[in-house]
Design a protein around this ligand. Structure first.
Ligand SMILES: *Cc1c(COP(=O)(O)O)cnc(C)c1O
Length: 475
């Protein structure tokens, strides 16, 4: 399997060539040069593997289709180490919960940081450690977080050889639970940096440091952001696992509803569907930041400025542009790299928008690719959390509530709808209290984390101080 760029660079690259990379050199995103087809016999075989040997074995089968430059035995070991009941809380790893006939929740949030990002990030930690050891290299991961991504990255990379993490977060602005989750880590390779500023300041510092190419090369600076192909690939596996749990036989179809921000999660669903998994519809659920809903309704993709990006009660979906979206548009445009560049580089660069509404291929987004969308607001979120609690006795988080709300608008008789549960309610306790008048349950292992000793340094919002700290730690 070779990888190519969505903007046309077709230099053949293997999985491990792109594993530690961000964007392709031409500014595009990496995709496999084809999607391996799963025919009926193979699907039946994967169902047997999943039923008999479990999630890690299924992950190994799927990853093997895309990774041919890691020996099979090593890849198997990596999958077995990653997807354990100990790390993910249950033997099923992603258990399916029935809410009512035809409506399910797939639990993706029982990993170390209680959000679905652990599903991919935990694998990334093992893959990075393996590949860096093989090359005899080191990596310093520099990132900015407003919550979920940073903690998932830290819990995946803690204690890993050859890796340090420098994670910037806006001082005093994350929820108390999120701060405690990150700052209580005592591992020497994890560095929490609270920046005296807002999230945008943190991102600007990461950009400034990465744009200093000499510094970046000397200190082996890398990232783990959501455009990383390995993260997306890891997420493909739970679409198969969800399908197998919701169906008895491979003739059946299911739909998935996905709380979406950067389009990473639902893009993995697109990949699974392209491979031949019998997915009827992929329902993209957004919050008030409805960049994606607008596109799937109208064909207009319009990125927002900071002033038009709302702070909502499903904050992990508060995005102004969806960084993985280019991958789907590349497929929609018949994998035409020049046309994709014209949209994402030229049109977005000059107008901040493009319009495929009158392009004949736009109809394929729904027709051929199964995409449909909807949007949910703060009031919808509260009502949905209340309703699911009252009717089903299940407390869902704010992002999952956006998924349930939009899923209900797109139910079809005879087609099970699986809503991806992307976080546990304890991470967003204030909104749960607003909805239910009581605090959500806290898993036992998080009892009292706010009182643990903290390891964090507070720095002013400028790149020089961060660079100095990185340099010092690398001496
Ligand atoms: C990151 C995140 C999302 C959005 O996922 P994308 O892959 O960016 O679309 C949704 N919900 C939660 C809880 C998240 O952490």
């Amino acid at each position: 399997m070779n990888y190519l760029s969505t903007r046309g660079d077709a230099t053949p690259r293997k999985f491990c060539d792109i594993l530690l990379e961000g964007l392709a050199p031409d500014g595009g995103l990496y995709l496999p040069d084809h999607y391996p087809r799963i025919d009926a016999a193979r699907l039946a075989e994967l169902r047997r593997v999943h039923a008999g040997q479990g999630y890690a074995a299924l992950a190994f089968e799927i990853l093997s289709l895309y990774i041919d430059d890691i020996p099979a035995a090593d890849l198997k070991t990596i999958c077995d180490k990653t997807y354990t009941a100990e790390v993910f809380g249950t033997r099923e790893i992603v258990p399916l919960k029935k809410l009512e006939d035809g409506l399910y929740l797939e639990a993706l949030s029982n990993g170390p940081t209680l959000a679905f990002k652990d599903m991919a990030m935990q694998l990334l930690g093992h893959l990075f450690e393996y590949e860096l050891a093989r090359r005899g290299e080191q990596l310093n991961i520099l990132g900015a977080t407003s919550g979920d991504t940073g903690s998932a990255a830290e819990y995946a990379m803690r204690g890993k050889r050859g890796i340090r993490v420098f994670m910037l977060s806006p001082h005093g602005r994350m929820s108390p639970f999120q701060q405690a989750q990150m700052f209580s880590l005592q591992d020497p390779n994890i560095h929490n940096i609270a920046v005296e500023g807002v999230f945008d300041d943190c991102q600007d510092i990461v950009k400034a440091v990465s744009n200093d190419l000499a510094f970046k090369a000397r200190y082996k600076i890398g990232t783990v952001n959501s455009i990383n192909w390995a993260r997306l690939l890891a997420q493909v596996v739970y679409y198969f696992a969800g399908y197998f749990q919701a169906t008895q036989s491979d003739g059946e179809r299911v739909s998935f509803a996905v709380p979406s921000g950067n389009f990473g999660n639902v893009c993995a669903g697109h990949v699974a569907r392209m491979m031949g998994l019998p997915i009827d519809r992929l329902v993209v659920a957004t919050n008030e930041n409805d960049v994606l809903d607008e596109f799937f309704r109208t064909g207009v993709y319009r990125v927002r400025g900071a002033a038009d990006t709302h702070e909502t009660s499903s904050p992990s979906m508060d995005i102004s542009k969806a960084s993985n979206f280019e991958r789907f548009v590349f497929d929609l445009l018949g994998r035409d790299g020049a046309a994709t560049r014209a949209m994402f580089h030229d049109a977005l660069g000059t107008d901040g928008r493009f319009d495929l509404g009158s392009d004949a291929r736009f109809a394929d987004a729904a027709g051929r690719y199964g995409f449909i969308s909807g949007k949910s607001t703060h009031a919808d979120r509260l009502a949905t959390i209340r309703e699911v609690d009252q009717r089903h006795g299940v407390v869902i988080d704010t992002h999952t509530a956006d998924g349930v709300k939009v899923a209900r608008q797109h139910l079809r008789p005879g087609v099970p709808m699986i809503v991806l549960e992307t976080a546990l309610p304890i991470k967003f306790a204030a909104t749960i209290e607003e909805a239910l008048g009581r605090a959500p349950d806290r898993p036992a292992r998080f009892e009292g984390i706010e009182a643990l000793p903290r390891r964090v340094r507070v720095l002013p919002a400028d790149a020089a101080g961060v660079k100095a700290l990185v340099a010092r730690e690398c001496e």
